[in-house]
Design a protein around this ligand. Structure first.
Ligand SMILES: CC(C)=CCC/C(C)=C/CC/C(C)=C/COP(=O)(O)O
Length: 291
């Protein structure tokens, strides 16, 4: 039985086609993905590698390019492609789309669609473009530089030991936030939405990535910090929560982030505050550490 599929699917060609069958997936020499007809009979070793049924072969063809690239460079797969021993079973197991994989893909699709719909202030011509200056003001209120400068100024001006302790820890919390967010952004490297206009002030290289939203982590962490350490009247407490919510919302409305970047950012900022509490530094402790 020979599987016939009368469709073309995006499938990268092998990096070096010379020693392989043309049906081996990979990336073209110029690094671009190319289209390949699937109405050819796969070679026997490829069928063996992909699982012997046509469904597995098709699943393999639609697998993520990154994974294909990765497996293409491994010793096991190259020996298999060259007619060597078959791949270990766990490699074939990965061909089956798991429930979690499908759920994640669906979530990402919803995320992209919803974020685009909510990006109503992404530029002046957008449906709510006239609100863009207000959204940018909210953006500045959650930016790292005013918060770091404000905490440093309050620490310098504070004349009570308790005030100094709180401001010192706020400053350290903000530095910790910058480090953690920068690390996650550099690892995940999710690009900002296509409709975002990159006109933020004072950004660093990792800020071209969007996951997680640094504004959202800061807003969540600082809101928890202020509510825990400042004696605020009820209306002010509500205002703090409202501000944090608006900072998160403005990130999506400005088109800076997808919804999941902000949702994760809020969760991360919430957890960061727990870390700050656990690592709480007292001026006496700091002095003995330094001295
Ligand atoms: C002195 C020093 C290292 C300051 C860092 C200030 C800082 C955190 C700047 C980055 C602010 C920024 C544009 C973050 C991006 O936020 P997203 O919400 O777009 O991720």
């Amino acid at each position: 039985h020979r599987p016939k599929v009368n469709k073309t699917m995006p499938s990268p060609k092998a990096k070096n086609n010379s020693g392989r069958s043309g049906s081996v997936p990979g990336i073209g020499n110029n690094g671009r993905y190319e289209f390949m007809s699937l109405n050819r009979t796969p070679s026997p070793h490829l069928l063996q590698r992909q699982g012997s049924d046509p469904t597995s072969a098709r699943l393999r063809a639609s697998e993520s390019p990154t994974r294909r690239r990765g497996s293409g460079s491994s010793n096991a797969s190259s020996s298999s492609a060259a007619g060597g021993p078959p791949l270990p079973e766990e490699d074939c197991m990965r061909l089956n789309p798991s429930f979690i994989g499908i759920a994640l893909s669906s979530l990402l699709a919803i995320d992209l669609w919803l974020s685009k719909r909510l990006g109503v202030c992404a530029c002046e011509e957008s449906p709510w473009g006239s609100m863009r200056p207000l959204m940018k003001l909210i953006e500045v209120s959650g930016h790292g530089i005013p918060w770091l400068a404000g905490a440093a100024y309050c620490l310098y001006k504070s004349d009570s030991a308790a005030g100094q302790e709180v401001m010192l820890n706020l400053l350290l919390a903000l530095v910790l936030d910058v480090i953690l967010v920068g690390t996650v952004k550099a690892v995940v490297r999710r690009r900002r939405p296509a409709h975002n206009r990159m006109d933020m002030f004072a950004t660093f290289s990792v800020d071209r990535y969007s996951f997680p939203s640094g504004h959202a982590t800061r807003a969540a962490m600082c809101a928890r910090f202020l509510l825990a350490h400042l004696v605020l009247a009820a209306p002010l407490r509500v205002l703090v929560l409202l501000w944090a919510t608006l900072v998160g919302l403005s990130r999506v409305m400005l088109g800076r982030h997808n919804v999941t970047d902000v949702a994760f950012g809020f969760g991360m900022g919430y957890c960061q505050y727990n870390l700050v509490e656990a690592l709480w530094v007292s001026p006496a402790g700091l002095q003995s550490t330094l001295g």
